[in-house]
Design a protein. Structure first.
Length: 277
């Protein structure tokens, strides 16, 4: 089934928050074929970037209570303002509404306290969703039926693959790996460029080399059938330059693997702490 077909017939959709993530999701839905007349953005101060979407038929209200009953509500505001945004939900969210939250760190229970006993999906997208290349981890509470899960997958999948997890605790691990992961990759590019400059390259050239190397390797990894380990071996000639570098990076005591393991665990613990408030 095509993305457009999956997005048809979802009913009335409310998007709470038109910031970077909310705006990226909305543009992704429209590009995938969602009817703009079925979508309403609730945001008191929408950015100028939303104007073209309003001209295409997307509705706009300043507050969620003005939206009227909705079949699906996507909560895309920052977690610290979510409570205020939901303070007066009016008739927008009812028992039959599917609520999809992308507010980082907000548990299903905390959302249920504010919207009542409805179907809730807690999702963790990442920033490459801004260019349609993200990946999202998602957890559904027991009230989410098969059709609602399919609706959530269609909406979240407009910006990249969706991976469902069995327990909400796994969302903290998803946050640590893919939610925060883009920052790790950006740091890799920074460090690689800095190392290139120390090796004698012009800093601007070193940065261009690093950016394209990271981006190109990432795209190759997505397109290739081989596992990342095999792709690494394909680049590594016996007793060559790559092997010399990997001897440092793959050191069992202080190489990249143990360092990333500590970093991911630190992020997971912090995500857990934030979820507990």
């Amino acid at each position: 089934m095509s993305a457009a077909a999956e997005l048809r017939g979802l009913g009335r959709i409310l998007l709470l928050g038109g910031g970077n993530m909310g705006g990226a999701m909305l543009r992704g839905w429209l590009e995938a074929g969602l009817d703009p007349d079925g979508v309403t953005l609730a945001d008191p101060n929408p950015s100028e970037a939303m104007a073209p979407l309003f001209s295409r038929g997307v509705g706009h209200v300043s507050h969620i209570a003005e939206a009227g009953p909705q079949d699906i509500a996507i909560l895309a505001v920052k977690p610290q303002v979510l409570d205020a945004a939901l303070a007066d939900i009016g008739t927008a969210i009812g028992d039959a509404t599917l609520v999809i939250s992308v507010a980082a760190g907000r548990t299903v229970a905390s959302i249920e306290e504010r919207v009542g006993g409805c179907a809730v999906v807690r999702a963790m997208p990442n920033t490459p969703a801004l260019i349609g290349r993200g990946i999202t981890g998602a957890f559904a509470n027991p009230r989410v039926g098969e059709r609602q899960r399919a609706a959530a997958a269609a909406l979240l999948g407009a910006s990249g693959p969706v991976e469902w997890v069995a327990t909400e605790a796994e969302i903290d691990a998803v946050t640590a790996v893919s939610g925060s992961g883009p920052a790790y990759v950006f740091l890799l590019a920074e460090a690689l460029a800095e190392a290139g400059a120390k090796a004698g390259l012009d800093p601007d050239l070193a940065m261009r080399l690093a950016r394209h190397t990271v981006a190109g390797a990432g795209e190759l990894m997505i397109r290739a059938e081989e596992a990342p380990a095999q792709l690494r071996r394909n680049v590594t000639s016996p007793k060559g330059t790559t092997e010399a570098a990997l001897a440092v990076l793959m050191n069992e005591a202080d190489g990249m693997a143990p360092l990333l393991a500590r970093a991911v665990e630190a992020a997971r613990r912090r995500a857990e702490e934030l979820a507990k408030g």
